[in-house]
Design a protein around this ligand. Structure first.
Ligand code: NAD
Ligand code: DAU
Length: 348
């Protein structure tokens, strides 16, 4: 039985990846390593917690002795690394947390993986899950390809770019087999309500204002999280070692257009009078160093591995809203306590 370590599997994307691997691959034993920070929640993967081929390990990728002994004990065949500090706004207020987890934490995993393999990498793979933000910001036209030069603009993006460089450097120096994927903005069930879509769903439910940064004309390329998970599965199994794959939704929206669609769908689902939610839109101070536009060219993944998104944005958004409306307890539990303080500090 192959032993696969997934890091950050109690978070948003990681929980979807863990579920897919545990249910699809009964011949793998999946170890889910997560520190359960504010963004990690075991409720996200409650449905698979008693599966025979699944083990949860609570631990921090910053803890070198713990990471080394975990790898020495299990001699993992594969690592899919998602654990990270992931919110741009938090990286602006506390960049060091991003350097420590995203850069040093990744280096700790690479060292432990290399040493546990004892330089025999036959059948082994380190999969690093990264972001399109490493490429910086686009103008009105153009797309990020796998060869776009790195130009990270936020502390979060810089920390992810640095971690990508370390992965490639270990591939070059120690011949450690790796793949990297750089993905666009994800949305779907279980996303922590600090990110645009779940934050706005929660605010609309509670008739709170919708804080739009700057002029709202910033553009993102949105991908349904379950489609990201299937791309990761495909790249893990069929991707070429040492290659990079861009993952995106072929789906660009300005923030304002997206917010209008979200308001419309929510008004219909909540039985509100048309236009009710839009009245909550409030323009607020812009994010510092805000990247104007991201857009991914995912042709390589499509052509070489046959991947494409399974849902339209309208369908995916509708499913996402339904999930948040049906999982009120989840939303309430993650927005109590520390979230209130965060919200107050961010939005006043
Ligand atoms: P998330 O913030 O929802 O989850 C991160 C998870 O990592 C949490 O479960 C948290 O507890 C865990 N974690 C954080 N620090 C840790 C540490 N020191 N040790 C162990 N576990 C730790 O993040 P997400 O949105 O699911 O993103 C997952 C990965 O995908 C990240 O690497 C992120 O950079 C990347 N990514 C995210 C998006 C997106 O749109 N959300 C897009 C592209 C790439
Ligand atoms: O592109 C991939 C990245 O997408 C991931 O690597 C990050 O982990 C993920 O957080 C996401 O980053 P963004 O900064 O693009 O996502 P966020 O949801 O924070 O913001 C999306 C857009 O909405 C962005 O232009 C900022 C804007 N925004 C966000 C919030 C939270 C607002 O206008 N108001 C808000 O309150």
């Amino acid at each position: 039985m192959k032993k696969i370590l997934i890091t950050g599997g109690a978070g948003f994307i990681g929980s979807h990846v863990v579920r897919l691997f545990v249910t699809k691959y009964p011949n793998y034993h999946i170890f889910n390593l997560d520190a359960l920070t504010y963004a990690g929640n075991l409720e996200n993967i409650k449905d698979i917690e008693s599966a025979d081929n699944y083990t949860f390990v609570k631990g921090d990728i910053k803890d070198i002795p713990f990471i080394n002994s975990l790898f020495a004990e299990h001699q993992f065949d594969g690592v899919i690394h998602l654990a990270a500090e992931s919110h741009v706004d938090r990286s602006i207020t506390n960049p060091n947390a991003f350097i420590e987890t995203n850069v040093l934490g990744t280096a700790n995993l690479l060292n432990a993986f290399r040493d546990s393999c004892n330089h025999n990498f036959e059948g082994k793979l380190f999969y690093h899950v990264s972001t399109d933000e490493v490429y910086g910001s686009l103008g009105k036209t153009g797309l990020f390809t796998e060869t776009t030069p790195y130009d990270p603009q936020s502390p979060y993006a810089a920390s992810k770019a640095a971690s990508d460089h370390f992965v490639r450097a270990y591939g070059n120096t120690y011949k450690l087999p790796f793949v990297i994927s750089n993905c666009s903005n994800n949305y779907g069930a279980n996303q922590f309500p600090e990110k645009l879509i779940p934050l706005f769903i929660n605010n609309i439910k509670n008739s709170k204002s919708l804080p739009v940064y700057g002029d709202g004309q910033y553009t993102r390329d949105w991908l349904f999280v379950e489609d990201h998970a299937t791309a990761i599965d495909l790249i893990f199994h069929k991707g070429k070692v040492t290659e990079t794959y861009n993952i995106g939704g072929f789906n660009e929206w300005t923030n304002l257009d997206l917010i209008h669609l979200l308001c419309k769908q929510l008004d219909e689902k909540l039985g509100n009078i048309k236009g009710t939610s839009e009245k909550l839109i409030t323009f607020v101070k812009d994010r510092a160093g805000h990247d104007r536009r991201y857009a991914i060219d995912a042709t390589k993944l499509n052509k070489e591995l046959g991947w494409k998104p399974s849902v339209t944005f309208e369908e995916g958004l509708s499913k996402t809203i339904d999930w948040y409306l049906e999982n009120e307890d989840w939303l309430k539990s993650v927005t109590s306590g520390a979230y209130k303080e965060y919200y107050e500090k961010m939005y006043g």
